[in-house]
Ligand binder design. Structure first.
Ligand code: X90
Length: 281
């Protein structure tokens, strides 16, 4: 019995980040189009190269979800697969994974495949992968449907918020409404956004200066759910110093269990842009 955990590449884990005797882990890459150049968001992608190309490019840039066949190739490698995707309200990735599941089951009707919409991305997906891995390792014979139900409940308990220096790519690609008024024009204002329960982006708050921004993020986290014992994952786009300062603020003001820091892979770097911080908890 081979257990498979599959994610799209917006989950900021690399293949080497998941070590397990009993579970295989694979990420299916999205594609990033910067002017005439295409980057595949795999483990070989160098984020600084991507950011440099983005800064140099004047024409439109965009991203594209993986094909159903790419998911099917990943699903075929296991007997039982748990797949997490980026929010279906932000990307066609979830639908591609569901179609990939159908393709796989046509050929291998005995396989079991569960596709779960994370309604988020980045750290929330990392937490889902870790929970799936822990539950499978604790009981490799766990009932498949029970496991999927537990993971769906965990998904619904997770929250995401983020702050970016630059929302251009999210707005230009139609993933969020344009910022208005003071949000757009005041210098030094940091916009803090969060994920709605449906997996869309919502502007939640604003703050002036970095320390106040981190305090506002901690306050938003505390009002969004009971954070006692929560595991927190911060993804940063070339902003380790910011991630460390935010981690300190979270540990000082919330009763969370742990705060891990990861660097953004390609897809989250494309949208979070330089200095972006995304918090899953
Ligand atoms: O299908 C595609 O081409 C991918 C489109 C992805 C669009 C948005 C990615 C945003 C990632 C900001 C964090 C947002 C968390 C929001 C959760 C609802 C970076």
């Amino acid at each position: 019995m081979v257990w498979n955990i599959v994610c799209d590449s917006s989950c900021d884990l690399r293949a080497t980040d998941v070590k397990s005797e009993s579970v295989q882990f694979e990420t299916v890459p999205l594609r990033l189009q910067v002017g005439a150049r295409e980057f595949l968001d795999n483990d070989q992608l160098e984020v600084p190269d991507l950011l440099q190309a983005m800064a140099a490019e004047k024409s439109a840039s965009s991203t594209a979800c993986p094909s159903p066949a790419a998911f099917a190739r990943a699903f075929e490698k296991g007997d039982r697969t748990i797949c997490f995707t980026i929010s279906a309200n932000l990307s066609g990735t979830y639908n591609a994974a569901v179609m990939g599941r159908e393709l796989t089951l046509e050929e291998y009707p005995d396989k079991q495949i569960c596709v779960i919409d994370s309604k988020s991305t980045a750290g929330a997906m990392v937490l889902l992968v870790r929970r799936a891995q822990a539950l499978i390792e604790a009981n490799p014979n766990v009932d498949f449907e029970d496991l999927c139900a537990q993971l769906r409940m965990y998904q619904a308990s997770l929250r995401t918020c983020f702050t970016l220096e630059n929302f251009d790519n999210l707005i230009k690609n139609g993933r969020m409404r344009p910022l208005v008024g003071t949000l757009l024009h005041s210098l030094g204002i940091h916009v803090i956004a969060d994920a709605t329960p449906q997996g869309t982006i919502h502007v939640a708050d604003k703050a002036r200066g970095e320390q106040k921004t981190y305090r506002a993020i901690a306050a938003l986290m505390s009002s969004s759910k009971d954070c006692a014992g929560a595991e927190v994952v911060i993804s940063h786009c070339e902003n380790l110093a910011g991630a460390l300062a935010l981690k300190e603020q979270i540990l000082a003001s919330l009763p969370v269990k742990s705060v891990d820091i990861l660097s953004c892979r390609g897809l989250t770097s494309f949208y979070a842009m330089e200095k972006g911080l995304i918090v899953g908890y």
